[in-house]
Design a protein around this ligand. Structure first.
Ligand code: PEP
Ligand code: MN
Length: 343
């Protein structure tokens, strides 16, 4: 961090300020120019509130050199993190595929879809039990009953289950029953929820909020990690832009950006990004090509009668052929290998 001191500030005021920073375990290197004094700060600045520093009357401006996230930062953890879920890995050599319906609707529906996505090559089953719907009159999910049905589908197929938590109310049920707990786009900055999830050891699938910057998204991961849970998987699911043709705009550039900034695995949700079933295939292919560690995709055996998001679900046959082509693209997956210094 670099702090530029205002013109004309006395030496003793600078000294006092320097001592205050040193008490925070930071090393302070002052450089005195003709008109300005600049303080170079070395150490863990992630705990320093820069708005607080900026409010000091002797400070002209504060320039960040290092990102405010630490545990999620690749700088301090150069190797890719691999999250192991019951022996199935996310972030490793092979791409991870999570597939299933938007919502759990019945035992027959979830078991039949689980069996077909397993046959198609999925490594994980998704299905919403608690649904964050825009309208309070839309299907809200089967809630705890939905978790029970997911457990039956896991029992029958062996696929680990991924489902969304919406509040801390049922956290114990989720920790007990679920293999990966999903935090949806709408809850990416529900900091109390993130802190509670951080106190567990469960893998957390953290979706990007639709109006969140990459830094805000990584700071949300930091909330979970700061409490001691390093098992975070990021998920780009499209952001809101002025474009209305698609449900959201898939931010493909976020994938290489996150790979450079963080060691955490990152997957893509082409279904919620596009909101259109026919676009799932090209977006999934693009996601893997730009370096995603996998996808989470909505698959339904009867999209026309789905209780949620039928328009963006692909059917099991389409899923199987998508899996085949993704296996081909996996060979060309872009991988972050550090900066080429040109030395
Ligand atoms: C979902 O995965 O079912 C979902 C609601 O996704 P998002 O939070 O990305 O909208
Ligand atoms: Mn959905």
């Amino acid at each position: 961090m670099i702090i530029v001191i205002k013109n004309g500030v006395t030496q003793s005021a600078i000294e006092q300020f320097k001592e205050r920073l040193e008490k925070e375990n930071l090393m302070v290197h002052p450089v005195f120019g003709e008109n300005y004094c600049v303080l170079g700060i070395i150490g863990d600045t992630s705990r320093i509130d820069h708005t607080h520093l900026q409010a000091n009357s002797i400070v002209e401006k504060v320039i960040y050199v290092q990102e405010p996230f630490k545990k999620a930062n690749r700088l301090f953890h150069p190797d890719d993190s691999i999250i192991d879920i019951c022996g199935n890995k996310i972030g490793g050599k092979e791409i991870a595929v999570i597939a299933g319906p938007c919502s759990v609707e019945s035992e027959e529906q979830i078991v039949s879809i689980a069996e077909s996505v397993k046959r198609g090559g999925a490594g994980f089953l998704r299905g919403g039990a608690f649904k964050p719907r825009t309208s309070p009159y839309s299907f809200q999910g089967l809630r705890l009953e939905g978790l029970e049905l997911l457990k039956i589908a896991r029992e029958k197929t062996g696929l680990p289950i991924v489902t969304e938590i919406m509040s801390t109310e049922f956290i114990e049920n989720f920790v007990e029953d679920v293999d990966i707990i999903q935090v949806g786009a709408r809850n990416m900055q529900n900091f109390e929820l993130l802190k509670e999830l951080g106190k567990t050891k469960k893998p957390i699938l953290l979706k990007r909020g639709f109006a969140a910057t990459i830094e805000e998204w990584l700071m949300s991961a930091e909330y979970i990690m700061a409490e001691g849970n390093d098992n975070v998987i990021l998920c780009e699911r499209g952001i809101r832009t002025y474009e209305t043709y698609t449900r959201n705009t898939l931010d493909l550039s976020a994938i290489p950006a996150v790979k450079k900034l963080s060691h955490l695995p990152v997957i893509v949700d082409p279904s919620h990004a596009a909101g259109l079933n026919w676009m799932v295939e090209p977006l999934s292919k693009a996601a893997i090509a730009v370096g995603a560690d996998g996808i989470i995709v909505e698959v339904h055996n009867d999209p026309a009668n789905a209780l949620c998001d039928g328009q963006q679900c692909i059917v099991p046959d389409e899923f199987s052929s998508l899996m085949k082509s993704l296996k081909e693209i996996e060979k060309f997956k872009w991988r972050y290998e550090g900066e080429k210094l040109g030395l």
